[in-house]
Design a protein around this ligand. Sequence first.
Ligand SMILES: O=C(O)CCC(=O)C(=O)O
Ligand SMILES: [Fe+2]
Length: 348
Amino acid sequence: MGTVSGAYKDVPMRLKHVIPLDFESTKVVPESHIWPETENFPLSDRVLPSDDDEKSKSWIPVIDLMAPNVVELIGHACETWGIFHLTNHGIPSSLIHDVESQARRLFSLPTEQKLKALRSADGATGYGAARMVPFLTKYLWHEGFLIAGSPIEHASVLWPHDHKTFCDVMETYQKMMNSLAHQLLLLMLKWLEVSEDELNWKLSMSQDALLLNSFPACPDPKSTIGLAPHTDSLLITILHQSQEGLQIFRDGFGWVTVSPIEGALVVNFGNLMDILSNGKFSGILHRAFVNQIRHRISVAYFCYPPIDSQVAPFAKSECPIYSSLTVKEYLEIRAKHMEDALSVIKIK
Ligand SMILES: O=C(O)CCC(=O)C(=O)O
Ligand SMILES: [Fe+2]
């Protein structure tokens, strides 16, 4: 069966877009990473979070996975917010802690070591800059490491004799997140009144990818950005962040900080969910800012249907707004058009 990596074969990236900045030896934000104030985020919106935090915490729904009315809570949050905090999710906090500390261990390696695991120009996994980079006018204060399946290939390059703990932790996390994503998808389908049989694939066959994000401490955080505004591409994203950095764009409010809640994970959607739900569950525009003091790590788990399965608006959708296509076809469109991918497949 194909994987997410195969989908990028026809859209190779240029090496300069794959190699992150050498943050270790950078003491001043270089011109290449200084974002103009007007682009995507006016300076006033970039003010680092302060007393607004309490407000944003209470705005974004916090959902207990064990709540008796969890279907309604999730359905409502999905339709009105497109993002929510999830508590009581069953992922042990010790495992989340281990994932973060292994990610920190990876990103703390010397630059030349990390570059040994550099993602290939036409590949998806390994160390490198975000896939959105070629579509931007400026570079990002960010480096990532994508795992799809086993991380052993790249981990054994980084730590020839000492990669077992890293691999075990990441694989355990992927397994547990896969079953959590499965549960969440079932609840979402229930709300949308769609049975699993209507899907072109078995939920238990869902594929996944784990993206470790690193945002090194930045000498001038207001001049640059960690991740530029984007929507995610796959079905659902389950994010762990232990420090502030995530912001969502909310019509009428502008950028709202999604402050981490102890023990909670953040759930949002990618474009494939937009297609399946015929626009009911829409991917939220979000971005990540950086800070001057701490090296921030976030861990994004992405889930998607098998690459050869067909995605289309559910049969119940009276007036489908998206064309049907395979996951592979969608990923190719996304790789070429990035944020405009959905408009390419929208039925005019
Ligand atoms: O670091 C974050 O808060 C956001 C990460 C993210 O948006 C992504 O990995 O797609
Ligand atoms: Fe994202």
